[in-house]
Design a protein around this ligand. Sequence first.
Ligand SMILES: Cc1cc2nc3c(=O)[nH]c(=O)nc-3n(C[C@H](O)[C@H](O)[C@H](O)COP(=O)(O)OP(=O)(O)OC[C@H]3O[C@@H](n4cnc5c(N)ncnc54)[C@H](O)[C@@H]3O)c2cc1C
Length: 419
Amino acid sequence: METHETDILIAGSGPAGLVAALGFAHAGFKIVLAGPTAPATDRRTTALMNPALAALDRVGVLDGLRGKAAPLKEMRIVDATRRLIRSPTVTFRASEIGEDQFGLNMPNAVLTPALAEAVAAHPAIDWRKTMVSDWALGADRATATLADGSAVSAMLAVAADGRLSPAREAAGIRASARTYPQAALVLNFGHRREHAFASTEFHTETGPFTQVPLPGGHRSSLVWVVRPETAEVLSALDDVALSARVEEQMQSMLGRVTVEPGRQVYPLSAASPHRFAAKRVALVGEAAHVFPPIGAQGLNLGIRDIEDLIDIALKNRTDPGSAQALAAYDFRRRPDILARSGAVNLLNMSLLSDFLPAQMARGAGLALLGGFSPLRGFFMREGLRPGSGFAALAGGLREKVRRQDAVTDHIEEPRHGHH
Ligand SMILES: Cc1cc2nc3c(=O)[nH]c(=O)nc-3n(C[C@H](O)[C@H](O)[C@H](O)COP(=O)(O)OP(=O)(O)OC[C@H]3O[C@@H](n4cnc5c(N)ncnc54)[C@H](O)[C@@H]3O)c2cc1C
């Protein structure tokens, strides 16, 4: 069979693959996207922070999502461990950093179809709703054989094919993987008191219990990280019993809880590839990083992968999959991915750990975030977009120095003045 030639081949049509297809198409590349339509059974919600929303806006999908998503105006971390050293509750408000909201929380059942619809409608994207069954990675082209027997070759292959990433494996990139003794129970629930667009993450000895607002004031989503056997027990409870457990865990913060039908359990793991690109393949999304769902990091990081990859592809327009372009991508993504994965894994392990210094470090870290305002602003900005916290801190410092200079000038003036 004849091989179809394109600029960019994207393997995987999860959220990362769909966003990548739209982004590359908007940047003017010809795309083949290979991967089946996502099943409509995902009950999770995704909190996307403002920079990720801006990326969705640039590819024209944000307007359709706004009405079906809840703004995140406040984020709280509550230490609900029964440990000796506990952290004070930390509250972050978007208004403190001059933002109206940190981001939007939306059901995956809204996000994924909206992305898929935009991909299907884009004339520069040829979406083959089938799996890649084989890779041939040469010096000049990456060629994929699809399950329907057709073949596609491109200058650059984007691996958006998830945590096990067959494309990553074909490129010979090894990944260190770790499983945690944890699973996430995911469900949505109604509550009597209004959430006021605040999300609360309760840290417990088995992992975080995270409530995130949904539209309408009286509904929220829940990601409850517990031991795998506990997740099974909880998900087998009837609605009344499970509602009571959720309410108890939240210390009745939102009043009476009523869980909605549909519960899912996701086993947790972590994976870090040793590099982020090789042999004409660049990794994005969970192919590039897997870690537990703490602090809504995963897809936000995945969207930053995609933005950086597109930027580098534009700077290497004649051959976006060249060794030079891939080296630039690896270099650009490494600090952000390692910092995020490291911080999330560390936080998760410090929750699980009975090791006192780990808990003290967590306590001290959270206390620091809670108390000292310039640092809080720094962490909130870093949480939204890495680098911007540093930029604001540097800006603040510059301003301080400038003001100090002004003071010095003022003091020194009389000496050189009219006396
Ligand atoms: C409980 C939970 C809550 C989360 N909450 C948040 C949140 O609030 N905010 C946030 O930013 N992130 C969150 N995340 C993380 C986020 O869900 C992931 O980052 C995101 O789903 C990863 O998307 P992906 O497209 O990289 O991978 P996937 O969704 O796994 O997609 C990979 C796709 O590749 C396809 N594929 C595999 N092999 C092939 C092949 N050979 N050929 C073609 N296609 C192939 C698969 O069919 C699949 O469709 C959460 C995760 C969990 C588990």
